[in-house]
Design a protein. Sequence first.
Length: 542
Amino acid sequence: MKYEVSEVRQTFLDFFKNKGHKIIKSGPLIPQEDQSLLFTNAGMNQFKNIFIKNNIPINKRATTSQYCIRAGGKHNDLDNIGYTTKHHTFFEMLGNFSFGDYFKEEAIQFAWELLTHKKWFNLSKNKFLITIYKYDYESYKIWKEKIQIPPKNIILVKNKTTNIYDSDNFWKMGNTGPCGPCSEIFYNHKNNSYSHNQNNTYLEIWNLVFIQYNQKNNNIYIPLSHPYIDTGMGLERISSVLQNVPSNYDIDTFKALISSIAQILKISKKNHTSLQILSDHIRSCAFLIYNNITPSNEGRGYVLRKIIRRAIRQGYKLGQKNIFYYKLVQPFMDTMQDITYPLKQKQKKIEEILRQEEEKFIYILHRGINIVQKEIQKSINNTITGETVVYIYDTYGFPIDLTIDICKENNIKVDIKKIQEIQKKNTINLTNKKIQHNVYINIKPTKFVGYKHQKHSGKIIAIFKENKKQNTIYPGDTAIIILNKTPFYAESGGQIGDTGTLEAQNGTIFQVTNTKKHQKKIFLHLGILNHGILSINMKIHA
Ligand code: SER
């Protein structure tokens, strides 16, 4: 086969090495010291400080193939998976960088040479379409005069709002950080099936960003003292073009992965959308767990949990009635041989975490799907109300994003704004709930184990609902739970209280939205029972 994925990656790096760039290893997938990012979402992340602090390194040219996750934060493609075949939650981004060295002209010329020269990718020159930021006259001139792209194939993209920097051709890393106008390179890839709904044969393959500002917040853009180049080309996308296959899922690595998944799940229809989703999701799940993220109800762990649950539902759609997801780790390992991480070392851990998470979720999933299906049958005007979606979550613990996804597949409308409104109100109610401290009499002090442990087992010694002692609570109940021991840090002296879950072996999940203290010694876990029944004396994992 021409241009296997590993060859595409190597050719890209070699091309830029030839042009004086230093090949640098992928930066970490989980940003180490950058609170503004949930995951590494672009090749330039590892160079952010060079850009904003003007710390120019000795070697002013670099090239990388960066592992990226786009499943949360500003660049989030999770909702595209299953609806397009060109986005991924995990992918590799090829890039070249200039740190105060060359700028627009060379960046554009390098890109053009790699894409079209017969020594390199040798793509047909007349199949390109270029977009540029409307006020970037310099780039326009380079594309038109130096590269000789006909003006009809150069699209000027203006700002979407009155904010001149609010444009699809003004790239931003996040809500703050390095940013600048960009020029995107599209290729007319006929016979593609990149989108299940759109009839668009042009595929964006490369984004050339001209980093010129440090964004402080929405309205403040500080010009940098040097201009920088940051480019990004999705390895899977360019491979689909070079292999002349209709979608990312048809390139050699994905094809092999999908074929093994189909074999494990005994599915004969290889182009089934659910198989594509599973092949995408197992990659990001395995990489996240490899990077020590575990499923939880907040932050990165929550994104992981969401992806796992979405994957498991796809298995259900393919007829899987038993725990299956962990079995996809082996084919993932087999198709990731050329990744620089020693993935195999953590194979057992990845499998175990996926297995446990599916075990916890399978009952909620099966029951929840039936409930959503019933609501769809009862729906009026092909619509399910926001209240119903939230009710299904509060009562049965069935995730809101899965209900929305099932509705989307069935062409059922859901009022997402309403859902957000209700959730916001619920959180405010929960946090503001008045705690009557006179009810906590005759309760033993809680042993705090949180300095040593993030997780710990414990026993429920008291439950309060609306300031009244209870023996049992039910799904949807908001309550205060007291344990004999807890790893949850309680709100004090300006430090916020911990959030997390209390989980029992039978699948019960109590979501802790805040932790407070009574008389400095009794820890109060405030929250809502998502799933199952919670009773006094029950053993839980906190
Ligand atoms: N940072 C740009 C992007 O992610 C180019 O690499 O598209």
